[in-house]
Design a protein around this ligand. Structure first.
Ligand SMILES: [Zn+2]
Length: 77
């Protein structure tokens, strides 16, 4: 896949949650996932390395990196 243009991605999304470890954005404008080309639900940016995610739902995940940060694109089942 092409490099993810992180600034472009987050510019159109809504910041929903931020804590020490992660930042999560809601994909309110149905941007296509860079990995699988279907719109994702949320983007989680990992700020710490390593980071644990506590997922409350069962999700399909796509991953990428931008500026050496891990990006996780979630898709609801
Ligand atoms: Zn995907």
């Amino acid at each position: 896949m092409d490099d993810v243009d992180f600034d472009e991605l987050v510019a159109s999304m809504t910041l929903r949650e931020e804590n020490e470890a992660i930042k999560s954005y809601q994909n309110t404008v149905a941007i296509a996932c860079p990995a699988c080309d279907t719109p994702f639900d949320d983007l989680v940016v990992c700020k710490e390395n390593p980071t644990s995610l506590n997922l409350s739902k069962q999700l399909d995940l796509c991953v990428g990196t931008a500026d050496e940060k891990a990006l996780i694109f979630t898709h609801k089942k």
